[in-house]
Ligand binder design. Structure first.
Ligand SMILES: Nc1ncnc2c1ncn2[C@@H]1O[C@H](COP(=O)(O)OP(=O)(O)OP(=O)(O)O)[C@@H](O)[C@H]1O
Ligand SMILES: [Mg+2]
Length: 252
């Protein structure tokens, strides 16, 4: 039997005297397409950092792909929450992707002919081949997100984490990111975990939910979580979970 993609057992995170969340016990099965939701500041990025092995929990046990989390695990890809990181970056798009392939071996600009071909194929897959030589900082938000997905496509990815990939994206770019996630999910059989405050873009593709409510991360089935009542508690404001005539769901 394969171990789940992620397993938390009674995990807590404390910074100084502040407990961010506690009693986190949940599983994300292999091959799940999972949404991670919760109010701003509830500790979603922190939870991803624990999965990535960047942060050690104060209490509890964590297993990722059947082993304790460790930094630099090539089976795990991250599309980070958009910040200042990329905007000032002068390196070319192809170099950022290449870094995912061989960062520690070559540094910028290196790689053999085979590596360079793989990078170009990944850039092509996310529709950015024409931007290969542009400085990363000049790319739009959606293009930068896709660049990270291209980087993830190079490895034999088993787990893809995305932190607010839809923030500041228009609907077309949203669709493209979701389509890329679906192909990584389907073709590579990868587990997808997407942190998002807007569930609508992924509502009809997710099959699992982890949510942080009242300082405790929990898992739930789609039917349990995506109800008007739970979502209103999660968002702290009345929202409605609705089903359209064609059976698809949306939240407003
Ligand atoms: N290294 C750290 N030291 C101290 N406090 C931290 C640290 N990292 C995160 N925090 C705090 O932990 C809390 C949760 O932060 P986190 O970034 O995980 O929230 P989030 O759910 O991702 O929020 P958002 O939706 O706004 O991105 C915040 O109050 C933050 O200030
Ligand atoms: Mg965050």
């Amino acid at each position: 039997m394969t171990a789940p993609a992620v397993r938390f057992a009674d995990v807590a995170v404390t910074f100084g005297r502040r407990t961010i969340w506690r009693e986190a016990t949940f599983t994300i099965p292999r091959g799940a397409f999972c949404a991670l939701i919760g109010p701003s500041g509830s500790g979603k990025t922190t939870l991803l950092r624990i999965i990535l092995g960047e942060l050690r929990p104060s209490v509890g046990r964590v297993e990722v792909l059947g082993a304790p989390p460790r930094r630099g695990n090539r089976a795990i890809g991250l599309v980070p929450q958009r910040g200042v990181l990329l905007d000032d970056l002068a390196i070319r798009a192809r170099d950022l992707v290449m870094l995912g392939l061989n960062g520690h071996r070559w540094g910028f600009g290196g790689g053999n002919a085979d590596d360079r071909r793989r990078v170009e194929r990944a850039l092509d897959a996310v529709g950015l081949l024409d931007y290969a030589d542009e400085p990363v900082g000049t790319l739009s938000g959606g293009q930068q997100q896709r660049l990270f997905i291209a980087q993830a496509l190079l490895d034999r990815l088993e787990l893809l984490l995305l932190d607010e990939p839809f923030a500041n994206l228009d609907v077309k770019n949203e669709h493209e990111i979701v389509a890329l996630c679906r192909s990584v999910h389907r073709e590579q059989g990868a587990t997808i975990v997407v942190v998002t405050h807007d569930l609508n873009p992924v509502l009809n593709v997710i099959d699992h939910v982890v949510y942080v409510l009242d300082g405790r991360p929990r898992e739930g089935s789609i039917d349990e979580v995506l109800t008007t009542e739970t979502l209103s508690r999660l968002y702290g404001t009345p929202v409605q979970a609705l089903r359209a005539a064609d059976g698809s769901m949306f939240i407003r």
